[in-house]
Design a binder for this molecule. Sequence first.
Ligand SMILES: [Fe+2]
Ligand SMILES: [Fe+2]
Length: 210
Amino acid sequence: MTTEQEQQLEQELKSVQMLGLHLPTDPRWVNLAEKDLEEILTDHAYCEQKAATSCISLIQQYPEKQDMVKELAPIVTEEWGHFRAVLSEMEKRGLKLGRQRKDEYVNELLKFQKKGGSREEALLEKLLVCALIEARSCERFRLLSLYINDKALRGFYHKFMISEAGHYRLFIDLAKQYAGEEKVKIRWQEYLTREAEIMEELELRGDRMH
Ligand SMILES: [Fe+2]
Ligand SMILES: [Fe+2]
């Protein structure tokens, strides 16, 4: 992304409406999250690892989608860079990476994916789930970047917010390219509705990014 594109995204993110999410995060989540940085940073690190892994899987599963392969290859590097950035932030603070936890949010979204369709249909489901996780992560990074008490961490989270907003856009654009605007529009609304329900069903936890 160029600096200009980043500035534009930042402007647009002033209103998180651009993400389309139906339910804003309870602002108390930031207070819960900052109580134990080792916990939230550990969960964040694995979110980045999973983002990198998902991009690698898409490349493996759909090598014939040349545009997608070309777009996602650098995202793998970027997401792994995010993992490393979290790791080094933890190291600076004398915190240790813990074990990966069950990701109930992502598991619920995966359950909502339509199964048994064609490869093309499966691709649309995968791209929309990726877009949704990026959108919600972006919304949460934004809250952390604005309200966390530790000033140094505000800047740290701001960078993630910008980057994940770009990824959200990319996944939506790829979905439109391969499935067509109309299909994406309909299915995306269904995902947004389900995502809001999931957010309501899940307990608000300070040790989870979602
Ligand atoms: Fe990331
Ligand atoms: Fe991302």
